[in-house]
Design a protein around this ligand. Structure first.
Ligand code: DON
Length: 331
């Protein structure tokens, strides 16, 4: 790490950071070989497992992009962050948290077993599939199109454009939906699913099939780092209380049964998806002024080869490295 008076804002600093990130993206690309594609959704099994890309968007306006940054991918479970935020904005935090808990499971994201382990059978958190389906069922509207509209509107505000749906991925998810259906039927039996399962599943598979890039994820991460305020205009896009709860959930549940390790070794809120995306949030820090992005940044990562918990294998290692070198941990 460069010592002395560096403000990490000049063109020279940007060039240095760019070279630094390029080196580490190339270094960690070899770790993609150790992971596996999420072939339980057949079309995701056709991705290039060697892809690795990262975008970092700083509050100070600095943007560093490296590796496979132009390959779009479907947002998958990262959409659970957005649907949770929309549900809280539509229904109120109290209503949402009465129906979905905020506890990590220590189980796989699509586990059914953990549902039966609490007396109320309430889904453990909004990021496991059981919680996400429950959240999706609470979104306002009678059809998937109506329910998805506020999700698209929030995306538009966060990204500056309206992302599109990958129809092929949606179709593939729909055709391989046995486990999500099983979870859905369980939720109907326990009274947590508020409406027709077909509408919930259609909405959920469509929200997971929205296509994004690492830059989009970095923008979402930066907005959360700014507690929901647009970093350029100061406009409130997400109410502060909801942004904070979202970050707490990302830290405790965002990487599923690897969340404890991620919090320990990386130390920032993050959420992964099975297509290989990770959104990470580095809030501003007051210590260690010599490190870059002290005003906060959002990080988007894409690396479709996954570890056994369903998180990008090279993406996690790259984040761990950058977070320790730049002292990003919130702890
Ligand atoms: O429901 C599913 O299984 C997928 N649409 C999303 C799962 C996912 O992304 C879990 N993340 N690591």
């Amino acid at each position: 790490m460069v010592q002395g008076t560096v403000n990490w804002n000049t063109q020279l600093d940007k060039e240095w950071l760019q070279e630094y990130v390029d080196d580490w993206v190339s270094f960690y690309r070899k770790h993609t070989k150790e992971g596996k594609l999420a072939s339980y959704i057949p079309i995701l099994g056709k991705a290039n497992p060697h892809h690795l890309g990262m975008a970092i968007h700083g509050k100070n306006g600095m943007i560093i992009r490296s590796g496979d940054v132009d390959t779009p991918f479907t947002i998958q479970s990262i959409s659970k962050v957005i649907s949770f935020i929309v549900a809280c904005m539509e229904r109120g935090v109290g209503y949402v948290l009465d129906r979905v808990d905020v506890e990590p499971t220590g189980e796989a994201f699509n586990s059914i077993m953990h549902l039966e382990m609490k007396s109320l059978n309430k889904p453990f958190n909004p990021f496991v599939n059981a919680g996400a389906l429950t959240i999706t069922s609470m979104l306002e509207g009678d059809t998937a199109t109506q329910k998805l509209e506020p999700i698209y509107m929030l995306f538009e505000k966060m990204l500056g454009y309206r992302p599109s749906l990958n129809q092929e991925v949606y179709q593939s998810e729909y055709e391989s939906s046995a486990r999500n259906r099983a979870i859905g039927y369980y939720l109907i039996e326990t009274g947590f699913l508020e409406e027709d399962l077909e509408i919930t599943l259609e909405t959920y598979f469509k929200q997971c099939s929205i296509e994004v890039t690492v830059d989009d994820l970095a923008k979402i991460g930066l907005l959360l780092a700014c507690d929901g305020e647009d970093p350029n205009t100061g406009e409130e896009i997400i109410p502060r209380q909801i942004a904070r709860i979202t970050k707490a959930l990302m830290l405790t549940c965002g990487m599923y049964d690897a969340s404890g390790k991620f919090a320990t070794y990386v130390g920032i809120p993050a959420k992964s998806g099975v297509s290989g995306g990770i959104v990470a949030v580095a809030p501003p820090r007051v210590r260690n002024q010599q490190f870059p992005f002290i005003e906060g940044c959002g990080i988007g990562v894409f690396g479709p080869a996954l570890e056994d918990r369903g998180n990008s294998i090279a993406g996690i290692r790259l984040l761990k490295h950058i977070a320790s070198q730049w002292d990003l941990s919130i702890f």
